[in-house]
Design a protein around this ligand. Sequence first.
Ligand code: FE
Length: 199
Amino acid sequence: MSSIIRTPEEITARVKALESMLIDKGLITTQMVDRMVEIYENEVGPQLGAKVIAKAWSDPDFKARLLEDTTEACKELGISGLQGEDMVALEDTDDVHHAVVCTLCSCYPWPVLGLPPNWYKEPQYRSRMVREPRKVLAEEFGYVVPESTEIRVWDSSSEMRYWVLPQRPTGTEGWSEEQLAELVTRDSMIGVGAVKAAS
Ligand code: FE
């Protein structure tokens, strides 16, 4: 079989064909498929990643474990699953800002971020982010990283799925984890946006 790049329509048709075949053979049911889609559309999402980030901001021991073995630390909070077997959280500092891309396709840590946004899958983002991250962040996302801060771009793959531990906003001393989690945006965990400011 040739490995040409397929259009979204072709991919959809192939997925449909596979789904029908598996249902015909009694290996899965329509209900199982619907349930999986529902889980990843409504239940698993960036609010779970935000919970992890808020805990890391509040608990230095947890943060150390998160940076040491992200997948295991997430399990402590009951967060795990498909496409999250080998997650790596990268810590932002004043000197280094991390940003994530998948140059090959759209690898993404589903258990903490949910399904990837459409722009993450676009060829423009995937190629340009590697070449000129500072410009892409400023022009496409309105996110200006200070010149004094180095930007490191990480290429996610099926073996290693990266996401970002952003810096805790100032003025949040004494905040609860629930309050802190409200400040964590999806984009801040991909490295293309800021966390919300404390107000
Ligand atoms: Fe990929």
